[in-house]
Design a protein around this ligand. Structure first.
Ligand code: ARG
Length: 277
C-alpha cells in the first residue's frame, strides 16, 4: 500500500517499511559510554516498556511491519536495535561494537539475520550499524569520529556495492550519525550542522541543498533521532521546533515520548533497525 497525499506545493508519499525492534526488558544504565548516560540515576523499566510499545504500535498503525527480537539478559542497551547492523538489498552487514559491554548484541543480531535468510557479513573495524550508517536512496551516509571507524566505511562500500559518504562527527553529545542527521525520504535529510566538521558540512550542503537545518534545542531533544516512511516522521515529542519545520515542508510529524530511553542516549531511530529492500 502506498499512501499518497498532496499538500499545497508539496508531494509526500509514504512507503511501507520493515523494522526490527528489541523490547527494553533488561534496559538499565549500568555503565556510561556516551554523555547522556548517568549510571547513578535509575530508570523506570515499566515506563520504558510502555513508551517503547507506543512506538511499536505507531509503526503498526501506519501499516509497517515490525519484527521483535527477544531481549537478552545482561545486554541493557539492546533496546537500541538500530546499532545491530545494516540490511540493504538482501545484504546484511553485522555490527562490530566499540565497547565490550555491547559486543554480545551482535550475536543476537546475527541470529535473526541468519534466520531471515541473510548471510551477515562482519567488518573488521568498528561499525555500529544504523547508528552510523544511514541509507538515503541508493547511497549510504556514514558517520565516524566516536564509534564507527572510517576504514569500516570502505569495507561497507565493498560489501554493499553502494557509494558510502563519510561524515566526520565532532560533538560527543552527537556521538552517532543518527542523533545528528535524519533521513526523511530518498532525497531529503535534516541535520544539526554544528555536529559535523566543516568539510562534512560543505559536503552535506552540496549533496542536499533542500535539507532542513535543525537548531540546537531540537538536536538536544534528540529530535533528529527520527524515523520517516517518506511522509510520516516519528520523532521525540520534545523536538517541537523540528516538528513545525517538518509540517511546513509537507511531512506529517508524529510525536513520541521516549523520556526513559533518552537516559541511555537514544530515542526513536536508535530503537528501530530498518530492513531496506
Ligand atoms: N547507550 C547506547 C550507546 O551508547 C545508546 C545507543 C544509541 N543508538 C543509536 N542508534 N544512536 O551505545
Amino acid at each position: 500500500m502506498t499512501i499518497l497525499d498532496v499538500s499545497p506545493g508539496v508531494f509526500r508519499a509514504a512507503r511501507p517499511r520493515h523494522y526490527v525492534m528489541a523490547p527494553p526488558t533488561h534496559f538499565a544504565v549500568t555503565y556510561e559510554i556516551n554523555p547522556w548516560m548517568d549510571a547513578s540515576r535509575g530508570v523506570d523499566r515499566a515506563l520504558a516498556h510502555r513508551q517503547w510499545d507506543a512506538l511499536r504500535q505507531t509503526y503498526l498503525s501506519l501499516g509497517h511491519r515490525v519484527e521483535v527480537l527477544d531481549a537478552v539478559p545482561g545486554l541493557p542497551d539492546m533496546v537500541f536495535a538500530a546499532n545491530g547492523g545494516t540490511v540493504i538489498g538482501g545484504t546484511a552487514v553485522l555490527a562490530q561494537f566499540k565497547f565490550a559491554q555491547r559486543a554480545d548484541e551482535a550475536l543476537a543480531h546475527r541470529a535473526w539475520m541468519t534466520a531471515a535468510g541473510h548471510r551477515p557479513i562482519p567488518t573488521t573495524g568498528v561499525n555500529e550499524g544504523q547508528g552510523d550508517l544511514l541509507t538515503v536512496g541508493s547511497m549510504i551516509l556514514a558517520g565516524t569520529g566516536f564509534r564507527t571507524d572510517r576504514h569500516s566505511h570502505a569495507e561497507i562500500a565493498a560489501i554493499t556495492g553502494l557509494p558510502v559518504i563519510s561524515l566526520q562527527l565532532v560533538d560527543p553529545r552527537f556521538y552517532h550519525l543518527d542523533v545528528a542527521l535524519a533521513v526523511l525520504d530518498d532525497h531529503t535529510i535534516a541535520y544539526f550542522p554544528a555536529a559535523f566538521a566543516p568539510e562534512s558540512r560543505l559536503l552535506l550542503a552540496e549533496l542536499f541543498p533542500g535539507a532542513i537545518e535543525v537548531g540546537e534545542a531540537d538536536a538536544l531533544a534528540l529530535g533528529l533521532n527520527a524515523v520517516s516512511d517518506g511522509r510520516h516522521v516519528v520523532l521525540p515529542a520534545a523536538a517541537t521546533g523540528f516538528a513545525a519545520r517538518l509540517r511546513d515542508a509537507g511531512f506529517a510529524p508524529i510525536a513520541i515520548d521516549l523520556s526513559e530511553l533518552i537516559k541511555g542516549g537514544g530515542s526513536v531511530k536508535c530503537c528501530t533497525l530498518e530492513v531496506h529492500p
